[in-house]
Ligand binder design. Structure first.
Ligand code: HEM
Length: 485
């Protein structure tokens, strides 16, 4: 069987890449990665004032991400890109401040009751199915990426605040996130190449004002949330959502809770990290399924068989049995890791494997290149969900698959995202077929997450009514904005 190679840039030489930045103002870091970046285990990459060390060796990746000597905090370029939005929150800070925040937040995720979160997820997906039924009937062209961003934003909004995205304030937060996402890259390429490390810069006025609006609106959502909870009778015993868990989180050492500003920082991270990432991976998964109908049929058959076993129910236990569906998600995370790069900066001179490290060097850990490295993967550029079936394929080298990061800073939302993605793939996959317009023009770009350079337009075909699930009508007409622009 010939495996499918989904879109990816063809790497060029280092000099050509540099010229494309200087002459053409290229902003997509993915299309600039030169061939050696995909082949080396560790080495210096191209020319840059700060010095970029690319690390693709699983043992050295682990050394950097575990960072026992506190030598490699988050890179200043990435911190600067996000700070206007998420302040000094857990995602960007390092050292003692990060340790305190992680110790306060981790228990909230550990205690999060999956059945409670799942109800919100399932409801949001049912509403999406109803919207897509309408789109299928009237032949509307949709933007695949925008549709999935709205759906995952709806899900995370319900998990955090117990309100759907349809609430006016929540929807405004989402719209401003779009402004932020479109104008902001994880790593500013010009600064990466030409600026010294730790050179302070600020975001554009448009991004700064979008961030201020987002923070103000998150503050409103938090206040409304607290008022609603205060009005509930003590006997109601409403289980806590993520916002409430953050409000109640205490520093194990001092007993102090988060200040209001810190709460807004953390809620901003949950909103951003909690929907952009999952939407990114799902966009690529649905794109591949649309291009490979045989994979889509296998997925549908698996879901139908599972429904037969469970009397039509698709609850978390049933979803856990959908191994092919989950492997489609895993493979999308491998080929299109939502967080394309995990850049760090060296605080001191030192040694990393064979490489001498200088203070200020950018240490580039790239799930993108690690996941496509021929030393660790068979047919590295091809989409093959079965590579994750144990025993079927050469097992990938331990530590060569890091879509959720690794070590103490590993993603806190991995279990949440995996459940959500399996549910969305199963439900939309069983009900609809998608046809991509001009698939030859689809190219990945490294923005805040790994996204298509231009929106992917799709038409929707109805395979079967969502008879097994409840039929819910769309709550908000504003969602008609998911139509292609
Ligand atoms: C497919 C979905 C997701 C992917 C691929 C993903 C990926 C990642 C990665 C790679 C990191 C580590 C970053 C680094 O070391 O530089 C991370 C951290 C984080 N993620 Fe996720 N994430 C996903 C979903 C979520 C969700 C749903 C949430 C919350 C609801 C979330 C919240 C966070 C937070 C708070 C951190 C910071 C952890 C720390 O620094 O201690 N993520 N994520």
């Amino acid at each position: 069987m010939t495996l499918y190679r989904p879109p990816a840039p063809w790497p060029s030489g280092p000099l050509r890449s540099l010229l494309r930045v200087v002459l053409r103002g290229e902003r997509n870091l993915l299309s600039l990665l030169p061939l050696p970046a995909y082949r080396m285990r560790i080495g210096r990459l191209g020319w840059s004032r700060r010095g970029i060390v690319m690390v693709n060796d699983p043992a050295l990746v682990s050394e950097v991400l575990r960072d026992p000597q506190q030598m490699y905090p988050k890179n200043d370029l990435m911190v600067d890109a996000l700070q206007a939005l998420v302040g000094d929150s857990m995602f960007v800070c390092s050292g003692a401040n990060w340790q305190r925040q992680r110790a306060m937040i981790e228990p909230a995720f550990a205690l999060m009751r999956i059945d409670r979160v799942f109800d919100g997820m399932a409801q949001a997906v049912d509403e999406q199915v109803a919207r897509l039924e309408l789109a299928a009937c009237d032949g509307t062209l949709l933007s695949l990426d925008a549709m999935l961003s709205r759906l995952t934003a709806d899900i995370v909004c319900r998990a955090i605040f117990s309100v759907p995205l349809a609430s006016a304030t929540a929807y405004r937060v989402f719209e401003d996130f779009l402004v932020f996402e479109r104008s902001c890259a994880n790593v500013d390429i010009g600064r990466m190449i030409f600026a010294r490390p730790w050179t302070a810069t600020s975001q554009t006025a448009a991004v700064q004002s979008a961030c201020q609006r987002i923070r103000a609106q998150i503050g409103c959502l938090l206040d409304q949330h607290q008022q609603t909870r205060a009005q509930q009778p003590a006997s109601a015993a409403v289980p806590p959502d993520l916002a409430q868990m953050l409000v109640e989180a205490r520093d194990p050492a001092s007993g102090q809770g988060f200040t209001r500003e810190e709460l807004i920082d953390q809620l901003g991270v949950f909103f951003l990290a909690g929907h952009e990432t999952t939407a990114s991976a799902l966009t690529w998964a649905f794109f591949v399924l649309a291009m490979q109908p045989a994979l889509a049929s296998r997925l549908r058959a698996e879901v139908a068989a599972q429904r037969l076993l469970t009397g039509g129910v698709l609850d978390p236990a049933a979803l856990r049995q959908l191994s092919f569906t989950r492997n489609v998600f895993r493979e999308a995370l491998r080929l299109y890791p939502p967080i394309t790069f995990l850049p760090r900066v060296a605080l001191r001179d030192g040694q990393l494997g064979p490489c001498r490290i200088r203070r200020g060097n950018m240490i580039m850990i790239a799930p993108w290149t690690l996941h496509r490295h021929a030393d660790f993967w068979d047919n590295p550029d091809c989409f093959d969900p079965d590579r994750f079936v144990s025993g079927l394929d050469r097992a990938h080298a331990a530590g060569a698959y890091i879509p959720f990061g690794q070590g103490p800073r590993v993603c806190v939302g991995a279990a949440f995202a995996s459940l959500e993605a399996t549910l969305i793939l199963a439900r939309l996959g069983e009900c609809f077929s998608f046809t991509v317009q001009a698939p030859e023009r689809v190219r990945p770009a490294a923005r805040l997450t790994t996204r298509p350079e231009q929106e992917i337009l799709i038409s929707v075909g109805l395979l079967e009514r969502a008879a097994a699930g409840p039929s819910v009508r769309p709550e908000s007409l504003r969602w008609s904005q998911m139509k292609a622009s």
